[in-house]
Design a protein around this ligand. Structure first.
Ligand code: GLU
Length: 469
């Protein structure tokens, strides 16, 4: 085995989708693994933008930016398919000249009629144009034709896919598809093969919705005498109801996951376990470990279920691991609301994160949690928990709090415990109203943590305002 050249070949007809990220991840992982043995291995990026109506630059930039954000850095400059049309045309003409392709003038309506007839007869014959190939007149035309690939009628093809195993398809089930339209533009089927060959791609890892295309594309390779690459068609991911993953299931584009505050490690961890498990069955797995252990041949060929709860589980795990708060810092710079809070008091925002990180699934949840801690003119609302008895106790407690030098959760917790013991009261009858006095919420983090987040001055101010009010 030699260097492995893989590619990720998205069409920029939408933002980068979670399914695309999985395809990119598998290509990236396999290539990084191969690089350890064969340093010349490469992971390439090709933007398939020949569909001018549905493609645009914004989508293209989104795909490139988000792949970088995920850390799937590609080798070489991105290949842009639309810049290579001349080369695609050259190959189509080459095939025509060498009698490996033919001109066709069939009208779409005629072909449609044949297709319907075939369907009625329940035949599996896909070939619709049967006349042009043998018509001298058609083959002599100078314009007004499409070019179709020549495929022998009687043979069959067996491809050995690294995920799907060996599959045989009868040639008659393959149409002699168009490679060049009558306006001279190449079809996807041609462009993809020419580009893969020119880029030296020898391992194609893509969604299994392209499996049928491989049997068609085989004939371009064969007719050009080009080596056939290895294939790994990976099963698509589905929602929990077994249906194709769609908006109904939740967010889909990686930008939306990023905007909510999901971490790359969590997304990678979640995606790699769809249809694969490491030998030690440890669910938490880093990219480095994946690169060392992943084998494409062990990937399941049945479709996998994308589970948002599982992603939350991983995200929660990686959020908590962010001990130096670096990732949270980066996120808060991209979130307008958290950025404002960060500017006002970054230490307070960090304290909020550290206290709440075990309770949230993703950073964006802090948008709802933080404002109460930053409210400058905070006023405690009315609540039946706040009775006279509590108010009297609170006055005594404030004095103790004022005298506390080290404003740390543990010290505050000790102080409150002692206070409760000394006054022979139950925590619930003091702690709960105390929490409410500070943040207008009956339930939430430990009171000592709330004090810690607010800081000494602000905490005592809130309590005194309540007493005065
Ligand atoms: N551009 C195609 C897509 O986005 C992928 C083509 C391929 O991987 O061969 O579905």
């Amino acid at each position: 085995m030699n260097a492995i050249i893989t590619r990720f070949a998205p069409s920029p007809t939408g933002n980068l989708h979670i399914g695309g990220v999985r395809t990119a991840l598998l290509n990236y992982v396999i290539t990084q693994k191969a690089k350890k043995k064969f340093p010349k291995s490469k992971f390439l990026l090709r933007i398939e933008d020949t569909d001018k109506i549905r493609s645009n630059n914004e989508f293209k930039n989104n795909i490139i930016d988000e792949l970088n954000w995920m850390g799937f850095h590609h080798d070489d400059e991105p290949y842009i398919q639309s810049e290579r049309i001349k080369r695609h045309q050259e190959v189509a003409l080459d095939l025509l000249e060498n009698n490996k392709a033919f001109k066709c003038i069939c009208k779409p309506a005629e072909l449609e009629k044949k297709r319907n007839e075939n369907m009625k007869k329940h035949t599996n014959v896909k070939r619709l144009c049967t006349k042009c190939e043998n018509s001298h007149d058609v083959q002599k035309l100078k314009n007004g034709y499409v070019i179709r690939i020549k495929i022998p009628n009687s043979e069959n093809i067996t491809l050995t896919d690294l995920v799907q195993g060996g599959i045989t398809v009868e040639n008659q089930e393959i149409d002699n598809f168009i490679i060049l339209r009558n306006d001279g533009t190449p079809t996807y089927m041609l462009a993809v093969v020419v580009d893969d060959f020119d880029m030296g791609v020898n391992l194609i890892i893509r969604g299994d919705d392209h499996l049928n295309n491989s049997f068609r594309q085989f004939y371009i390779y064969k007719n050009m005498h080009w080596p056939i690459p290895q294939y790994a068609h990976i099963p698509l991911i589905h929602g929990e109801d077994g249906k194709k993953l769609s908006k109904r299931h939740g967010v889909l584009n990686i930008s939306e996951f990023k905007e909510k505050g999901y971490l790359q490690e969590a997304i990678i961890n979640n995606l790699i376990l769809l249809g694969w498990a490491p030998s030690n069955d440890d669910e938490i797995i880093s990219l480095e470990e994946i690169i060392n252990n992943f084998e494409i041949k062990n990937l399941s060929k049945s479709s996998s279920i994308f589970n948002y709860d599982k992603l939350n589980y991983f995200n929660c795990y990686y959020l908590r691991k962010d001990t130096n708060v670096k990732k949270f810092h980066d996120y808060s710079q991209t979130n307008p609301q958290l950025k404002t809070f960060y500017r006002k008091d970054k230490e307070k925002l960090k304290r909020i994160f550290n206290i709440y990180k075990t309770k949230i699934n993703y950073y964006k949840e802090l948008e709802n949690i933080s404002p109460i801690y930053f409210e400058e003119n905070f006023v405690t609302k009315k609540n039946i928990l706040l009775n006279k008895e509590f108010k009297e106790l609170l006055k005594k407690c404030i004095i103790l709090l004022e005298n506390l030098d080290l404003w740390e959760s543990i010290k505050i917790e000790d102080l409150i415990k002692n206070f409760i013991n000394t006054n022979k009261i139950k925590f619930i009858s003091f702690g709960k109203p105390l929490r409410f006095t500070l943040i207008n919420l009956e339930n939430g983090p430990a009171v000592s943590d709330i004090f810690f987040i607010l800081g000494k001055k602000n905490s005592i101010l809130r309590l005194n305002n309540y007493i005065k009010g």
